[in-house]
Design a protein around this ligand. Structure first.
Ligand code: G5P
Ligand code: MG
Length: 223
């Protein structure tokens, strides 16, 4: 049996670039554990935890939550799946977060979705989310089987409070100023892989082929 080394990946891209959509395909095809910072925050808001209540206004205004809060939250969750291969979605989003992650784990690869802002604005206004699972739908791209209901649970779908057009503009601004420097950080470490396009279905085969190559070389390293 070939022992597979733990594989650690990050998916990056502007709000609405398809990180959640592509993450679902990656976890299905490659069995990585998916950790989404946004899903964790929204679960806290829904459960009205102290953290959720504190962070809600920040998120609704399209601002990033403080680095120390976010890093503590994600690193705590990663500790529980230490022996698994994982995919981080939405974290790190600032250079201090990337450094906090780096202090504990070495990231093998960073998948960067490079999707034009104009495409994103159209997508987010027609997004519907199943909040408990983070599953996303889009009226044009991947509509639910029954309008307004999640395919797997039949539970109602909601629109995210931060998907209002003016908030999307603020999230894109935060991405430009705070998150783009993280791309440079990973480029300089030689682990950044960028995929450009306006349609997830066209980008996906390239990501899938890339991960097949990456994961097979990862297994060979320990074979
Ligand atoms: P999130 O939750 O991390 P964002 O803003 O990074 O939020 P978001 O909005 O979740 O990213 P996504 O996951 O990149 O977008 O995209 P998606 O949901 O898969 O796709 C978007 C829509 O497009 C969906 O409806 C999908 O069906 C559709 N779609 C996909 N592909 C196509 C296509 O090819 N064609 C069409 N037509 N449609 C398509 O973070 C939220 C907030 O939490 C805080 C911040 O406040 C942040 O704003 N936060 C953090 N703060 C600090 N540090 C961190 N690390 C933080 N993480 C989260
Ligand atoms: Mg997402």
């Amino acid at each position: 049996m070939v022992l597979q080394r733990v594989f650690r990946a990050v998916i990056m891209g502007p709000p609405g670039s398809g990180k959640g959509t592509v993450s679902a395909r990656i976890t299905k095809s490659f069995g990585l554990e998916h950790i989404s910072s946004g899903d964790i925050l929204r679960a806290n808001i829904k459960a009205k935890t102290e953290l959720g209540l504190l962070m809600k206004s920040c998120i609704d205004q399209g601002q990033l939550v403080p680095d120390d809060v976010m890093s503590r939250l994600i690193l705590r969750d990663l500790r529980t799946i230490d022996q698994s291969s994982w995919l981080l979605d939405g974290f790190p989003r600032t250079v201090p977060q990337a450094e906090a992650l780096d202090d504990v784990y070495t990231v093998d690869t960073v998948i960067n979705l490079n999707v034009p802002f104009q495409t994103i604005k159209q997508r987010l206004t027609s997004r519907w989310t199943h909040l408990p699972s983070g599953r996303v739908y889009n009226i044009d791209f991947n509509p639910p089987k029954v309008p307004g209901l999640d395919d797997e649970t039949g539970e109602p779908l909601l629109q995210r409070d931060d998907d209002k057009p003016e908030t999307v503009t603020r999230r894109l601004k935060a991405y430009e100023t705070q998150t783009e420097p993280v791309l440079e950080y990973y480029r300089s470490k030689g682990v950044l892989e960028t995929f450009t396009g306006t349609e997830t279905n066209k980008i996906w085969p390239h990501i899938e082929a890339f991960l097949h190559r990456k994961l097979s070389s990862n297994s060979q390293k320990v074979a």
